[in-house]
Design a protein around this ligand. Structure first.
Ligand SMILES: [Zn+2]
Length: 125
């Protein structure tokens, strides 16, 4: 991949890193606030069981989102490191170049489309 193209991806990844980092911060604050409310309301021993259940599932989805964001953030950091070490855009499995179209959609992709599909099939079994 041309250096110029790689640097363009690097800028995009840095922007995304900042945005997702902010979102993760918000999610973590929200989780902390919900946890506090939960404790203040007396935990599970509340008279408003339905409300508590809603809060519980809100908290779970925030956890899930935060977890997911954290993982993507790690992937983005890895991709930036790959750009800096000069092997960005190369499939980690077959070592062939990852389709540029795929990188435009998912700049932190580790694998080419074929290897990704193969990996997903393996994960399902
Ligand atoms: Zn591959």
């Amino acid at each position: 991949m041309e250096r110029r193209t790689a640097l363009r991806f690097r800028r995009r990844l840095l922007t995304e890193l900042g945005q997702r980092g902010q979102l993760l911060g918000k999610l973590k604050r929200s989780i902390a606030e919900q946890g506090e409310r939960y404790i203040q309301s007396g935990g599970a021993f509340t008279n408003h069981m339905a409300e508590a259940a809603t809060e519980e599932s809100d908290r779970e989805s925030d956890y899930y989102l935060a977890d997911n964001q954290g993982r993507v953030l790690g992937e983005i950091e890895e991709a930036i490191r790959r750009i800096d070490s000069g092997n960005f855009g190369q499939c980690e499995l077959c070592k062939k170049p990852i389709e540029q179209k795929r990188l435009e959609v998912l700049p932190y992709a580790r694998y080419c489309l074929r290897c990704q599909e193969k990996a997903e099939r393996l994960a399902k079994n």
